[in-house]
Design a protein around this ligand. Sequence first.
Ligand code: AMP
Ligand code: MN
Ligand code: MN
Ligand code: MN
Length: 288
Amino acid sequence: MIEANELNADLHCHSDVSDGTLTPEGVAARAHANGVQLWSLTDHDEIGGQHRARRAALELGMPFLSGVEISVTFLGKTVHIVGLGFDIDDAGLRQGLAATRGGRGQRAREMAQALAEVGIEGAYEGALKYVGNPELVSRTHFARYLVEAGVCANTPEVFRHYLADGKPGFVPHRWAALGDALRWIKGAGGMAVIAHPGRYGFSPIEEHAFFTEFKEHGGEGVEVVTGSHRPEEYGKYADMALEYGLYASRGSDFHSPDESHTDLGTLPRLPAKLIPAWELLAERVHTP
Ligand code: AMP
Ligand code: MN
Ligand code: MN
Ligand code: MN
């Protein structure tokens, strides 16, 4: 039997139902080709691709967990909470996600206006060309258009100069509350996982508050090995998983063959001292 921590699980990635470039079927095929043994598609604020993803995974013989990545505002910053192993058809979760998506259209128009003020015209129409789901216009779609328009050489550069917090094209936005996101996930029978905690730039006190409140709301896991962490951060968050009594998760955060530096299923395995999230989720895995 394979040791649980050695499983090539990839429980975080995106399709064109949010800001990835491949279809759910395309992501499934790529995960399978890369040797992924347990897969979850975690589109931003949207579970409209879950039935397709599950069907594709099972046809390939690849075990599947339902997934989503919810945008949350905590201490004035945007953080992401991954939900895993929930009921895809749960009405409360669907309504909560629809409400979270609700402000994206207006925000996109305001972003285009802000970009026009620094001389970049037509960004709204330009971004829409890259959008696969009209309810999910993301900064990533703007970034792709700004590369196309020759404003920057690649998408990380667009974020650094235009779309990160404090830059000219950034429009502050209030996402879901932490407690609401956790309620939706748990109400649908799922497990909540802190996505890429190394990305948020919290001070140690803020980070402690985040982990503590997450646990108080019933959160159970944290991503340790993720394409959104630098390898130096794996150790820190492995220790924090143990300190806070959280299950550990692993996922590439893959978005696109052309943009993502981390491909599906290629990260190091979870450190042996951690308990993988998939131990808790065993009953909720869909198997071929
Ligand atoms: P949004 O939900 O519209 O605010 O867009 C957030 C998405 O932008 C994230 O999920 C990433 O895919 C992408 N993103 C955020 N920061 C960066 C960055 N520095 N470089 C490249 N992509 C980024
Ligand atoms: Mn994204
Ligand atoms: Mn994220
Ligand atoms: Mn993600």
